[in-house]
Design a protein around this ligand. Sequence first.
Ligand SMILES: C[S@@+](CC[C@H](N)C(=O)[O-])C[C@H]1O[C@@H](n2cnc3c(N)ncnc32)[C@H](O)[C@@H]1O
Length: 274
Amino acid sequence: MLSYRHGYHAGGFADLLKHAVLSLIIEYLKRKPAPIRYIDTHAGGGLYDIGGEMAAKTGEFAKGVGSLAFDDFPAQLQVYGSLIESYLSQERYPGSPLIAADLLRPQDELKLFELHTTEVPRLEALFAKDRRVRVSPTNGFQGLAPLLPVQHARAFVLIDPPYELRAEYTDAVACLKAAYLRMNNGVFALWYPIIDGAPHLPMLNSIKAFVDSKLWHFELAVKDESIRGKMSSTGVLVINPPWTLATDLNEAFKAITQQLPFDSVKFSAECVLD
Ligand SMILES: C[S@@+](CC[C@H](N)C(=O)[O-])C[C@H]1O[C@@H](n2cnc3c(N)ncnc32)[C@H](O)[C@@H]1O
């Protein structure tokens, strides 16, 4: 039985980093006409109510995307900013599959995995009329590798587990390794939390051991009384990032770190393998 519900966290600072990375990668891949296969191993419900009880309970949206000034948004993230703004005006925040679907083109396709029995029907309803999208109510860790390699297309994979169980750290490594060995020129993004005990570090080290192409870590750390005892840092590992990604994120987060209402906010971009 899964208990994690992304509605409590939608539009928080972790989503901001992850969805900034997601939208920049898609915009870059779209520079070429060849189709893109986007795979989201942990899709969530796709669209979240930011005026409802879940968002109010954690306050994460209010201190994340909800605190940003869209009239003064960094140019590098203009596409993400405009997209988000259009949903915020309806008191909604889009999840990764909806951001991807909105940014991708008719020739692209989306494969979405989700296991939660409440989120699956929401996801299916959201994309019922979108012929590019296939929703699988199955385990994304296991479903990813068989979808690769992609012939005559590029692949972009987002792996975004909730890390409710310690086993998910090793599952993420195994899943990413199996996928990378089948298509080592795909773009892979893995989201991770940075929490006490740093369980993400052995995971990142295990991934570094099998990757032999470009590998970057992008991290956002926040500090303040309101997040005492909660996750205060987050990261996204990217294999084969577009060459503009690190520069764009560095520039964009110079402005965004000024806007987020925490006592301290730090963005870092580390090239692990070049
Ligand atoms: C962090 S949320 C996803 C958020 C989404 N990617 C976004 O950025 O909007 C993780 C989701 O993974 C789902 N989940 C957990 N284990 C899974 C698995 N093994 N396969 C597919 N989905 C899973 C959970 O139900 C939850 O909705």
